[in-house]
Design a protein around this ligand. Structure first.
Ligand code: ADP
Length: 461
């Protein structure tokens, strides 16, 4: 069942219940007050007749005549008067005699002084009446026709009003819920039409700043993010193709050129050397992509264990210097870390291979982008975190480039002549994020750059 129908039904049921209780209370109190009022008028009639008969000495016949005359137009009260020996002294209409007074009934009236009860639909009162020291028992009975008619009309009116109200409430509920859910329906229709081909479409946001506005805005924000990541993916793929195509074309051109005609052994050697250089570039690119994939996909499969960061840094330095012996990498400890019991401050819970890749990128960049080919790595600790600083006195990075250097394939144009593929820093940032750490950069063109990495170290054992 749709929420709209469910809400309408719920709304109708709740209102119907309230209306029913309301109508029931009105009917019930009207019925109660009818009964009370009628007993009271019966009591008055009993006293009046007793007064007329005993006090005013109106004779039997005249009283009966009054009764008969009145009966023609209204439901006259039927009164009977007994003495204490249960002898009938007066009766309005012996032939009607609806109330059969038994000796027990008269005795009960005499004992209690007053009695009210029903005989079928007739209401009866019995009263003990004293006149000149003598007790009499009077009964008065009648059917409250007009009272019951009024009650019946009230019941009919209440029922009719109830049904009309329910119908009205149901229709109003449907209309109201239709109006409320209209923007939602529009959103659903629009959302259904959004696919990967038209991710630029957005839901229209309602004018009022209500929950639907929030829903539409949140959905649109999600689409913004999706569109951005889709675009990034597209860019990524086209960048990869470009990065692969360039060295491949160079290799092909080089080999084709040397195949064109007979060449000297030196020329062949040069061509093979150039092709090898491009092939190595390709191999590096594919390794970086593989590492990025490792760090980006299912991170739960990556093994984490306590590892000493200084040892990883030493390994990274060794590997870099094997490829580029000209690179100078100094590793220094903060004074505090020289103390014997500070091992835990140099140890983090991490993946050795990935951390080595990250540190190698930072070390290599520091050397690559400085004329001195030198980088200084300092290992420190502060408030539960291991602090690594990679400082170089190189070319530095302009302010407008700093925000982009962590984007895959981004390379500062002025340094395009220096080898690289633009994946290193994005991969490094991803690896630090996996280790729940943080990487920041401070740089000034012509002065140098400092890359600061922070990762939680192990607590004191
Ligand atoms: P790559 O080094 O392969 O070009 P990276 O992702 O490692 O790719 O770096 C992206 C860009 O950031 C580099 O091309 C370079 O312009 C800039 N960069 C990174 N590190 C430094 C640095 N230490 N000094 C100056 N520029 C840097």
């Amino acid at each position: 069942m749709k929420i709209r129908t469910r809400l309408t039904l719920l709304f109708t049921i709740i209102t119907a219940t309230i209306l029913f209780i309301f109508a029931f209370v009105i009917y019930y109190s009207a019925s109660e007050s009818r009964e009370k009022e009628f007993y009271s008028s019966l009591r008055k009639e009993a006293y009046t007749k007793a007064n007329l008969f005993l006090n005013a000495q109106v004779d039997y016949k005249t009283l009966q005549e009054i009764y008969h005359n009145n009966r023609k137009t209204l439901n006259e009260v039927e009164v009977a008067i007994y003495d204490t020996t249960n002898k009938l002294l007066y009766h309005d209409a012996i032939y009607i005699d609806f109330v059969k007074e038994t000796p027990q009934m008269l005795q009960e009236i005499s004992d209690r002084g007053y009695l009210e009860f029903y005989q079928e639909k007739w209401q009866v009162v019995g009263v003990k009446y004293s006149y000149q020291g003598v007790d009499y028992i009077i009964t008065a009975a009648a059917y409250d026709e007009s009272g019951y008619n009024k009650l019946e009309t009230l019941l009919k009116n209440c029922g009719l009003l109830f049904l009309i109200s329910i119908l009205f409430i149901y229709l109003a509920g449907r209309l109201f819920s239709k109006k409320t859910f209209e923007p939602l329906r529009d959103m659903i229709n629009k959302a259904t039409s959004i696919s990967a081909n038209n991710l630029d479409l957005r839901l229209s946001t309602p004018n009022k700043k209500d929950e639907l506005f929030e829903l539409a805005s949140t959905f649109n924000q999600m689409l913004d993010r999706l569109e951005r990541s889709f675009d990034a993916q597209k860019h990524f793929v086209s960048n990869i193709s470009h990065e692969i195509r360039t060295p491949l074309s160079a290799i092909i051109a080089e080999l084709e050129l040397s195949m064109n005609k007979e060449r000297s052994p030196e020329e062949y050697k040069e061509a093979i050397g150039n092709a090898l250089l491009d092939a190595k570039k390709l191999a590096r690119l594919s390794n970086s992509l593989l590492d990025l994939a490792k760090a980006s996909f299912d991170t739960t499969t990556i093994a984490f264990k306590p590892v000493r960061v200084d040892e990883i840094l030493l390994d990274a330095r060794l590997l870099i210097q094997q490829i580029n012996p000209a690179y100078k990498i100094d590793i220094q400890y903060d004074g505090e870390l020289m103390v014997d019991d500070s091992d835990h401050k140099i140890t983090v819970k991490g993946n050795e291979y990935l951390l080595k890749v990250a540190f190698m990128n930072l070390m290599e960049n520091g050397c690559k982008f400085s004329s001195s080919h030198q980088v200084m790595v300092s290992i420190g600790a502060s408030s539960g975190k291991l602090l690594l600083k990679f400082t170089d006195n190189g070319y530095g990075i302009a302010k407008e480039d700093i925000t982009n250097i962590f984007t895959p394939f981004y390379r500062v144009e002025s340094q395009a002549s220096i080898g690289g593929n633009g994946i290193g820093l994005s991969l490094t940032q991803r690896i630090i994020q996996i280790h729940k750490g943080d990487i920041q950069v401070q740089s000034k063109p012509g002065v140098g750059s400092v890359f600061t990495v922070q990762i939680d170290h192990l607590p004191t054992s």
